[in-house]
Design a protein. Structure first.
Length: 212
């Protein structure tokens, strides 16, 4: 459908007004909210993610595209929720206690949303107890934790240990990331996955969903 192509192009260009207009147009033409999400908003963000990984697009441009995508998401999200559509699944993300760094985590959340996940972003300086409470409240399939300071990395394990203690560890897949984080560290604290960037985090999340 031409409207989907126009919507996808608007996302890639970071044109929020055009995204809003094309989303409304698609609804007026009778398109289902889920199809608009998949064929327009997600399709556009997938290309943005690919261009970010290849170095063709940089952080300010990605943020602009994600912001534009949200103009359409704000329209279809209430419709999806009313229909009981949870998309690909629920994800809770946050930067661990003691760490105020936000940009990388925000990008991951935006790209996940752009690919059809329902994301709850807990923000920064999130302690273990807050992560546990969010798991209880939102019942996500995936928990993502971020850290940029080596001094806050142990708080990832603290969260995982508390989830284990509370009997919740087996209910959620855990992925960690951030500049000082490595795959070896992720394994050592009992996380299920590691991602150095938003693109790989999204691929991992999709694999988790596909494996269910």
């Amino acid at each position: 459908m031409a409207t989907y192509d126009a919507l996808k192009d608007a996302v890639i260009k970071g044109d929020g007004e055009a995204v809003k207009a094309q989303t409304s147009k698609a609804l007026e033409e009778g398109s289902e909210p889920r199809d608009i999400l998949a064929n327009g908003l997600i399709a556009g963000m997938e290309i943005v993610g690919e261009e970010m990984e290849s170095g063709e697009m940089f952080l300010p441009e990605v943020l602009a595209c994600a912001g534009a995508m949200h103009r359409g998401l704000d329209i279809v999200k209430p419709l999806l929720a009313a229909a009981g559509d949870e998309g690909l699944g629920k994800v809770v993300i946050g930067t661990v206690e003691g760490d105020i760094h936000d940009i990388g985590k925000r990008i991951v959340g935006l790209v996940l949303e752009g690919n059809g996940f329902l994301v709850t972003d807990l923000g920064t300086q999130v302690n273990a107890e807050t992560f546990v409470q969010a798991i209880k409240e939102h019942n996500p399939g995936i928990l993502g934790m971020s850290a940029l300071l080596t001094t806050t990395m142990p708080n990832m394990k603290k969260t995982i240990d508390l989830l284990t203690e509370m009997g919740l560890r087996d209910k959620v897949k855990i992925i960690v990331g951030g500049a000082p984080i490595t795959e070896e560290f992720a394994k050592s604290i009992g996380a299920d996955g590691y991602a150095p960037d938003a693109g790989s985090a999204t691929r991992w999340a999709k694999q988790v969903v596909a494996a269910r």
